[in-house]
Design a protein. Structure first.
Length: 243
């Protein structure tokens, strides 16, 4: 049997102690900053250290963890290298780019060549008319048309759903020249504005409290297709390897 590990890079901070993952640092500072979250761009997360040689397939992704809602101005991310804050300080996106490059080079260095390494691109969101906390909605049974996609997702239009393609660009840059293959599921998912839980959240008042959910997916649904594609890609790889 193949050993497969789905690794969600940068999970929440709840489980982490150091490293690529943000860690809370609660010194109070003068400049209106209540606390910072430290990210050591050059130290792998603990969970990584012993897995690099064991698995036949490693799958990475970037999740939706780094955003301005989790790390607002008064509790920012601060990026460290060699144990010292990077100067001048990096903003979240530039910090992410440095961390992605650091992860990619760690993988190239530490993971055996025969391991299949995939990086899943971002899962797009479909908030229409505003962010999740500004009445953004996705009650729709209509798929987007191809000619609509850029206006929804292209960062140059500055819409609320621009994150996926923005992060994908950083991923693409970080993986250039490595053996890590992209598992590009973003484009096919961009069409599916109709496939999120929206107001059908199962809990009373959930929409009033959290807004509509235009980020996660209904199941059965889009992620099942991702799994089919992933399975095909894994089979293809190992068939080729056998010759
Ligand atoms: C990694 O493996 C070493 C040796 O087996 C062990 O001492 C160490 O605690 C492990 N580290 C983690 C984070 O599991
Ligand atoms: C969301 O819509 C409600 C009802 O129309 C309105 O009262 C509220 O101010 C809106 N909230 C935001 C953040 O725009
Ligand atoms: C993913 O695929 C789409 C459609 O082919 C393409 O436009 C996009 O550039 C790809 N993204 C990455 C990061 O390669």
């Amino acid at each position: 049997m193949w050993q497969i590990l789905l690794y969600v890079a940068w999970l929440s901070c709840v489980y982490c102690y150091q490293t690529w993952l943000p860690v809370e640092n609660s010194e109070v500072r003068k400049d209106g900053i209540k606390g910072t979250y430290r990210v050591d761009v050059d130290i792998p997360a603990n969970d990584w250290i012993n897995v690099t040689k064991f698995y036949d397939v490693l799958i990475f992704n970037t999740g939706h963890w780094w955003d301005r809602y989790k790390f607002p101005k008064d509790t920012p991310l601060v990026f460290y290298k060699g144990g010292k804050p990077i100067e001048p300080p990096l903003d979240m996106h530039n910090g992410l780019k440095v961390v992605l490059k650091s992860i990619a080079s760690y993988i190239e260095r530490e993971v055996p060549r025969k391991t299949l390494k995939l990086w899943r691109t971002q899962s797009p969101r479909h908030f229409y008319g505003g962010e999740w906390d500004h009445n953004g909605s996705c009650v729709s049974d209509r798929r987007l048309e191809e000619h609509e996609l850029n206006s929804w997702f292209d960062p140059q239009f500055g819409g609320v759903n621009k994150e996926a393609r923005t992060v994908n660009l950083a991923i693409q840059e970080a993986l250039a020249g490595t053996e890590i293959q992209l598992l590009n599921l973003t484009y096919m998912s961009e069409f599916r504005a109709d496939a999120h839980p929206a107001i059908w959240l199962g809990k009373k008042d959930a929409v009033a409290v959290y807004g509509q959910d235009c980020m996660h997916w209904c199941l059965p649904g889009v992620p099942d297709t991702w799994v089919d594609i992933l399975a095909a890609q894994i089979m293809h790889h190992f068939k080729q390897e056998k010759g």
